[in-house]
Design a protein around this ligand. Structure first.
Ligand code: RIB
Ligand code: CA
Length: 315
C-alpha cells in the first residue's frame, strides 16, 4: 500500500492524475494522505479548490486534507499557464464550488507534519513547481531522512523544453526550488518530458473515454478536449500529453519505467537557459557530489494508456 502525499498545481493533467489516484484509493492500492497545491498552472488557492472539485467528483468527499501552498516562486515573478489549462485551470469548465474547503495549514507545513507522523513511509509525488517541497526542506532539515521517495514530474534532457526551448514548465516556474530539491540528498525519481511525450494520447483513446457514461468520464472528456486543442499544434496529430499521470503511475509501479541514474543540476543564471535541467551524459561523467537522481527515460506506453483509461472508467 503506497502512502502518497500529492503536491500539484491542479490544472488539467494534475486533475486527470487525481482521477487515477482516486481509482487506486478506492481499489485499496494507495492511501492518499493529503494534497498540497502550489502556483503554476493556476494560483495555489484555485488549485486547491480544483483539487477538491475533482476528488468529490471521483467519490472522495472526505478524509484527504487539501492544503494551499506557495503563491509564488522563490526568486522570480509568478506566471500562470492559462493558455494550456484555461483561466480556471480546468479548461474553463467553470465547475460549481466544491463542498469541502482547503485546510488552514500551509502545504509546506503539512508536508513536514505528515512526514514526521509516518517516518520513511511517504512517497512525495510532485507534479507542479517545487516551491512547497523547497519550503518544507527549509522548515525541517531532517525531512530528506523522513521521506521514502520523491517522485517529480519535470525537466527535459534530450527533449526540447515546453516553456522555453530548453526548460520544462515545472522546473522553469521555480528553478531555485527545483535545484534545492535535486540536491537535498533524499531519493528522487524524475519523470521528464523525455518520458512523458511518448505517452501522448490521441483521438482513439479520447473517444473511449468519451463513450463512457459517468461523471468522471464526462469531466475527463471536457478537460482533455480543451487540453488537446492546446496541445495538438505541438503534436503530429490531435492529442494531449498527460504528463503528471505518468509520474503517478511510476510512483505506484516503478517497473513500468526505464531509468538512468545521474546527478541533476538546474541552470539558475543563463539568460537563455534559466530553468534548464542539466545532467552529465558523458560515458564517464565528471565526479558529482550530488546524490544521483533516477531519471525516467522511457516507459511501457501501452500499459500506461490502458491503466489510465481503466482507472477513469472505474469511477
Ligand atoms: O511541463 C508539464 C508540467 O507543467 C505538468 O505538470 C503540467 O501540469 C504543468 O504543470
Ligand atoms: Ca502539473
Amino acid at each position: 500500500m503506497r502512502k502518497i502525499l500529492f503536491d500539484c498545481d491542479t490544472g488539467i493533467d494534475d486533475a486527470v492524475t487525481l482521477l487515477y489516484l482516486a481509482s487506486l484509493v478506492r481499489a485499496g492500492e494507495v492511501e492518499l494522505v493529503g494534497v498540497g497545491t502550489v502556483h503554476g498552472n493556476v494560483d495555489s488557492r484555485t488549485g486547491a479548490l480544483n483539487t477538491l472539485r475533482v476528488l468529490e467528483l471521483a467519490g472522495i468527499e472526505t478524509g484527504v486534507p487539501v492544503a494551499i501552498g506557495a503563491g509564488r516562486p522563490i526568486a522570480q515573478d509568478v506566471h500562470y499557464a492559462v493558455e494550456w489549462h484555461g483561466g480556471d485551470g480546468l479548461g474553463d469548465t467553470r465547475l460549481p464550488e466544491p463542498q469541502g474547503r482547503p485546510v488552514a495549514e500551509p502545504a509546506p507545513a503539512q508536508i513536514v507534519r505528515l512526514a514526521r507522523a509516518a517516518p520513511g513511509e511517504l512517497t512525495l509525488l510532485a507534479t507542479g513547481p517545487l516551491t512547497n517541497l523547497a519550503a518544507a526542506l527549509l522548515l525541517d532539515a531532517e525531512l530528506p531522512a523522513l521521506i521514502r521517495e520523491v517522485v517529480v514530474m519535470g525537466g527535459a534532457f534530450d527533449h526540447p523544453g515546453n516553456i522555453t526551448t530548453h526548460a520544462e514548465a515545472n522546473v522553469w516556474h521555480d528553478p531555485e526550488a527545483a535545484d534545492l530539491v535535486f540536491s537535498a540528498g533524499w531519493p528522487v525519481v524524475l519523470v521528464p518530458l523525455d518520458a512523458t511525450h511518448p505517452t501522448a494520447v490521441h483521438d482513439d483513446w479520447l473517444r473511449r473515454v468519451a463513450a463512457h457514461d459517468s461523471a468522471a468520464a464526462r469531466f475527463a472528456t471536457r478537460v482533455l478536449d480543451y487540453y488537446a486543442d492546446a496541445y495538438t499544434p505541438t503534436l503530429k496529430r490531435r492529442g494531449a500529453v498527460i504528463h503528471d499521470a505518468l509520474a503517478a503511475m511510476l510512483a505506484v509501479d516503478p517497473g513500468l519505467g526505464e531509468y538512468a541514474e545521474r546527478a541533476v543540476r538546474v541552470e539558475l543564471r543563463g539568460e537563455l537557459t534559466r530553468g534548464t535541467t542539466v545532467w552529465d551524459a558523458r560515458s564517464v561523467p565528471a565526479e558529482d557530489s550530488r546524490r544521483p537522481v533516477r531519471i525516467a527515460v522511457g516507459s511501457d506506453v501501452a500499459a500506461f494508456q490502458d491503466r489510465l483509461l481503466s482507472a477513469i472508467l472505474s469511477l
